[in-house]
Design a protein around this ligand. Structure first.
Ligand code: SAH
Length: 222
């Protein structure tokens, strides 16, 4: 993949930090899904952040991506992806494209990713970042993810990468047996919740405490 500001000849410079990220932040903290590990070893995370931050792309933290938003910490991307238990055949809805890094990871692990971002500038940047043959199975749109993406529903899985209180529409747009994963709760005290849709209603499991940028209503053009 090309980054406008990082010459291709230097991209291998990031192979070692990426390997260290997988070993020290993912395997060491209990990520064990081989497909998640292999994927995060291969996706060049540094091209999804500003060139000025590329050296920190593999650090154990979230980083700013502009418009007051952040790219999630590598561990959180791995943890959420692992909790989706993808096999490869799925059509996944992602809410909160941001810079498109989680989208890229998902796209290599399932059949198709439909990703929604409410901030126009980020939506466009993600489109640039994902412009490569290896992400041909990604569809992006700038819209309010609180209403899901009716046109392509139902989905095999839905992942939300902004925190708050979700919308009932998400479960409606999920196939029975599918997972809806999101950081639920008030600002600063989110908890990952995974709901599995049943023929009637759903079952749920709570996981890690975490902090995400807020899930907001409406679309932001600028
Ligand atoms: N997965 C992203 C995380 C970005 S942060 C990444 O790795 O870069 C979460 C994103 O969710 C932000 O870009 C924010 O603008 C977006 N967001 C918040 N509420 C939203 C909504 N209702 N619909 C769509 N996107 C939303």
């Amino acid at each position: 993949m090309k980054h406008p500001l990082i010459p291709e000849t230097t991209t291998h410079a990031f192979d070692r930090p990426r390997k260290r990220m997988v070993n020290d932040q993912l395997i060491a903290k209990g990520i064990h899904d081989e497909r998640v590990l292999a994927t995060m070893l291969s996706v060049p995370r540094h091209i999804f952040v500003d060139a000025a931050l590329a050296a920190r792309a593999y650090h154990d933290c979230a980083l700013p991506i502009g418009c007051g938003q952040t790219i999630s910490q590598p561990y959180m991307v791995a943890r959420m992806t692992q909790l989706l238990e993808l096999q490869g055949h799925e059509r996944v809805l992602e809410i909160g494209t941001g810079c498109g890094y989680q989208t890229a990871v998902l796209s290599r692990m399932c059949r198709r990713v439909y990703s929604i971002e409410r901030i126009q500038a980020l939506h466009e940047r993600a489109r640039q970042n994902l412009r490569s043959a290896r992400h041909a199975n990604v569809m992006l749109k700038c819209a309010d993810g609180l209403v899901g993406w009716e046109e392509y529903a139902p989905f095999d899985a839905i992942i939300v990468t902004a925190g708050g209180f979700g919308s009932d529409i998400w479960l409606q747009q999920l196939k029975p047996g599918g997972f809806l994963l999101f950081p639920e709760g008030d600002a600063g005290q989110h908890r990952l919740v995974r709901r599995q849709k049943q023929a009637r209603g759903f079952t749920e499991q709570y996981f890690d405490a975490c902090t995400f940028v807020p899930l907001l209503e409406g679309v932001h053009h600028h």
